[in-house]
Design a protein around this ligand. Sequence first.
Ligand SMILES: [Zn+2]
Length: 413
Amino acid sequence: MSVSIIGMNCRSCKTEIVEFFSLGQMPSINVFLKKEEEFSGEKKYNLSVGFCPKCSLVQIIDTIPPKDLFVDYVYFSAVSTHFLEHCKENAAELTKKLNLGKESLILEIASNDGSQLQCFKDLGVSVLGVDPAKNIAKVANEKGIKTIDEFFSYDLAKKLKEEQNVQADLIFGANVLAHVEGITDFVKGVKELLKPQGTAVFEFPYVRGLVENKFDVIYHEHVFYYSLLALRELFKGADLEIYDVKMTPMQGGSLMFFASHTGAFPIHQNVQDLITKEIESGFDKLETYQKMNENVMGIKKDLLDLLVKIKGEGKKVVAYSASAKGTVLLNYFGINSNYINFIVDKAKAKQGLYTPGTHLLVYPPEKISEEKPDYVLILCWNLADEVMEMQELKNWRQDGGKFIIPIPEVKVV
Ligand SMILES: [Zn+2]
């Protein structure tokens, strides 16, 4: 197979990476537009993914500068009930597994509105959050979850250690490790703030999703798609060691891992088991990822054929969820108001705004029962069960409304 050399080095091991999948020009998934006059000036950036032949790390080629990304971030973690349940489970499980108590400190990186830390705090553990989104950190602080509104880095870690004597028993991060471009500096910062017997726990969408056609996890802000193979090398570089791993259902398939200072804990057998499985699955080979191109084209064809057929029958389709996933899928497949009548989202902060790139006006979910479309395209397909059981959609469903689930393959239910 032909490979394109792009003159870019791996952000972990500095070896030259190879591009294997491109989604063309894409706006930032976080920048919703307030009025129609903004459409023509909307910024778009190249979105493509590469593979490191040395450490196997899959990564975005071009990113958007961080200062443009989080200024007015409209995602609040508290909107998904599924997510809140997961936070509670995490808190209970980690507190028990790591023997955390009143004397312990938990530091969460990218702590958002403090939903996860609140669950730890409810169990009597001290908590501290770091989140660069100023508006969201403010919400957390007002709720009594102390949150520093800065990007986490080695410099910030050093400052916290020297000036405030911060040393954590648990450093936790969900969906952050994949988003930080300066990842070696970030991991060095984690090392700096971890107590000698402390554990760092991170959770993020697992790279397996890419080879299972879940291409809508790809966006500029999501810089890395980790395998355990790639992670182990990254952490080794900061003299940290991964000693346990587990799979979780978040984001349609996530990996959670436990890291410590080298030698602090015995390494669980499941670490080696997963490494073996990854090698068997070809996660260390470029060809494995290149297969995405053909597979995703198949989904695009199936979905567009279906939407065209529905339109031909004079029926209506609306989309559910103006999430990152939704934005990526709509833009990459070119699904705009020619196919979709409108889009709904539970997040109040997004309602009344236009979606990035496709410029669909976002309404609250109640709009579905008012307008009674024939189909609802679920863009947050990983939460399809939650959406299909929503009270607001019950009557519409009973009147014959149908759902379209696009990924990992197009189906109507
Ligand atoms: Zn590398």
